[in-house]
Ligand binder design. Structure first.
Ligand code: ZN
Length: 248
């Protein structure tokens, strides 16, 4: 049942679950760097029913743990004296932790989410130019009408020298993004774009979209920096490409 529930709903239902599950999954085979606990295993999750991926303590998935490790061990996110951060569609598992960070001037925004500080449409951000050192905007660009417009708005509000994490579902077997005007029904979107509310499926050309509005792309080398053993222990996704987009 768990694997069929959307994560936001799961998160709302999760408070008693999060107290009990860590006891049921007591052990030391896998480790979540976000809640800093180890378990016998993670739970299965996702439409593809991925085994051993959902942390019982804080419901992080592979991509959350990878981003956390990058921020903690390979960026100045937690150590810089002062960073101004814009977090679009803030993930529950990060929200409280980022908010508590004394070095961050942390602003969250979303179209509707009640946990966000501001509510706006990403196509027209009601904020001034050149303000943010860091932007997070994960799993958003596959939902918006005009990704280039949204990317260019994020670029505009970032400071020169700023960097952004903007992960999306990405089909690495596909050279170019699939976006077809004839794919309109929920059933077709689920079939071709992996989810009923997705408007496209990004391929390996995803960074080109961001480069079109001015970003330059860095790819984080997981194999070299984290290593196979730890990737298995943290249960990261081998195929996930982790990009950092820079504004020069
Ligand atoms: Zn965790």
């Amino acid at each position: 049942m768990l694997r069929k529930l959307p994560r936001p709903l799961l998160i709302r239902l999760s408070y008693p679950f999060k107290l009990i599950a860590p006891l049921l999954y007591k052990g030391n085979n896998v480790e979540c760097p976000v809640c800093e606990r180890s378990y016998s295993k993670f739970l299965a999750y996702g439409t593809m029913n991925r085994d051993n991926v959902l942390c019982p303590g804080d419901l992080t998935l592979e991509r959350h743990r990878l981003m956390w490790l990058y921020l903690r061990d390979f960026s100045n996110f937690f150590t810089a004296p002062h960073l101004k951060v814009l977090h679009i569609a803030p993930e529950q598992c990060f929200h409280k932790k980022f908010k508590q960070q004394k070095n961050l001037d942390y602003l969250t925004a979303d179209l509707v989410s009640p946990i966000a500080d501001m509510h706006f449409d990403l196509h027209k951000i009601p904020l001034e130019d050149n303000q943010f050192d860091v932007v997070f905007c994960n799993h958003v660009m596959e939902h918006v009408d005009d990704p280039i417009q949204c990317m260019s708005e994020l670029y505009r509000v970032m400071k020169p020298g700023g960097w952004a994490i903007m992960q999306v579902p990405q089909d690495i077997a596909r050279a170019t993004t699939l976006e077809d005007k004839n794919i309109t029904s929920e059933a077709d979107r689920e079939k071709y774009y992996w989810q009923k509310d997705h408007l496209r499926l990004f391929g390996m050309d995803y960074p080109n979209w961001l480069e079109k509005v001015g970003f330059h792309t860095e790819i984080f080398d997981k194999d070299k920096n984290i290593g196979k053993d730890k990737m298995e222990r943290y249960r990261l996704m081998e195929k996930e490409i982790f990009y950092i987009f820079h504004k020069d």
